[in-house]
Design a protein around this ligand. Structure first.
Ligand SMILES: NC(=O)C1=CN([C@@H]2O[C@H](COP(=O)(O)OP(=O)(O)OC[C@H]3O[C@@H](n4cnc5c(N)ncnc54)[C@H](OP(=O)(O)O)[C@@H]3O)[C@@H](O)[C@H]2O)C=CC1
Ligand SMILES: O=C(CO)COP(=O)(O)O
Ligand SMILES: [Zn+2]
Length: 354
């Protein structure tokens, strides 16, 4: 048997979580680097208007100079523009403050200019908040690529509780996905001899299981529910750090989501919403209890039907039949069970996704 691959595991050093912790961003930066003087903050317009002042005053209190940049898309063009703007600054940190888009753009910009990255997510919508992976448009890949792990994470559950509820439900979709993602990884091990990290796989699986076990409580969207969901997302991101790839977190259900973006466009549903739909269908292909997954998603307010996010039957069938070709090197259930239009339609129909 081959020895496992070599990779450098980088994990976040400090994770601050709780209601109102956005007012401690400055002190966390200080605690990570006592001599820091200047930071760049990459954010979105809505988040800046809602919580920019609180974050800014925490930086001022910690005697940190800050420059703010507002982004409205997650593309390599935006990353390059930012890189040019901040290249001549003496920055100690780049901070991503906002939803997945802002966090990703900041993570990629920090990676490009070789500066430490601090993740300050304001929505509990996916596991990129603590992982080294970024999904930006304009790379040659439809899936995430590796940058650097955030050196710290500041997760303000109060700010998250004020985000649109869809984002939190999307986070649950990204979490239940780990059930099929881990199954796909096992398949890669069993059928292709791929390296399988049991620890990372178990960690990712656990973050899905908590959503399945506690969906009744989670539907109330209290600060406690948000805390559970964020911890599970952070933990899934850490599983990806340990695995050295997004393998424990992303399988055929993510391929379906990437394919939806490809065939229908990026504006159909949130990442976690699309992934949740994919999980229902891939669970059926794996012979798992897909009805339980659908019931869980429904309970937490995530879509279980394609039309809820504006997708037509044709979009779904096309995405199912093209998904695996977007990442041929990632062996999944769709490599083993090849879907044609007829079987894809049957799968989507039988799981009530269409
Ligand atoms: N790195 C990775 O591994 C992964 C990355 N992604 C990427 O993440 C992005 C999707 O992230 P997602 O968070 O779902 O969506 P967005 O980042 O697009 O955020 C959606 C909206 O919610 C707003 N928002 C965020 N937080 C709050 C808040 N507290 N209060 C009010 N409004 C808020 C944002 O405002 P504003 O206008 O201020 O931004 C934005 O308008 C995609 O680009 C996707 O590709 C997805 C999965 C994994
Ligand atoms: O969304 C992700 C993990 O939840 C990243 O997955 P991909 O590597 O498939 O883009
Ligand atoms: Zn995901």
């Amino acid at each position: 048997m081959n020895s496992p691959p070599t990779h450098l595991m980088e994990l976040p050093r400090k994770i601050l979580i709780g209601g109102g912790v956005v007012s401690e961003v400055g002190s966390l930066v200080r605690s990570l680097d006592a001599s820091a003087t200047e930071v760049a903050i990459i954010t979105g317009a809505v988040v800046k208007a809602r919580a920019g002042r609180e974050c800014d005053s925490s930086l001022e209190k910690a005697l940190l100079k800050s420059s703010w940049y507002v982004v409205s898309d997650a593309s390599m063009d935006t990353v390059t523009r930012l890189q040019n703007k901040i290249a001549d600054k003496e920055l100690d940190f780049v901070i991503g403050f906002g939803g997945g888009r802002s966090v990703d753009v900041a993570k990629m910009t920090a990676f490009k200019i070789g500066k430490p990255f601090l993740s300050v997510p304001t929505s509990a919508s996916h596991d990129g908040i603590s992982s080294p992976f970024v999904s930006v448009r304009g790379t040659d890949k439809p899936h995430s690529v590796k940058a650097n792990t955030p050196i710290g994470v500041v997760a303000d559950t109060r700010l998250m509780s004020r985000a649109p509820p869809r984002l939190l439900a999307g986070g649950c979709g990204d979490l239940v996905a780990k059930i099929t993602a881990v199954k796909d990884w096992e398949l890669g091990r069993d059928e292709k001899g791929e390296y399988f990290g049991s620890y990372a796989a178990n960690l990712a699986y656990m973050s899905a299981k908590i959503i399945l076990d506690e969906s009744e409580k989670l539907k109330h969207k209290s600060q406690f529910s948000i805390r559970t969901i964020v911890e599970a997302l952070i933990s899934a991101g850490v599983a990806a750090c340990i695995a050295g790839s997004s393998r424990p977190c992303s399988g055929a259900e993510h391929l379906f989501s990437h394919a939806v973006e490809y065939v229908a466009g990026p504006s159909y549903g949130l990442h976690g919403e699309r992934v949740g739909l994919g999980t229902i269908m891939m669970a059926k292909l794996h012979g798992l209890d897909w009805e339980k997954i659908a019931a869980t998603l429904e309970k937490v307010g995530a879509p279980t039907k394609a039309k809820q996010i504006g997708l037509t039957d044709e979009h779904v069938v096309k995405a199912l039949t093209s998904a695996q070709s977007l990442r041929p090197d990632r062996y999944t259930i769709l490599s083993k069970i090849k879907l044609d239009e007829k079987s894809a339609h049957r799968l989507a129909k039988s799981t009530r996704v269409i």
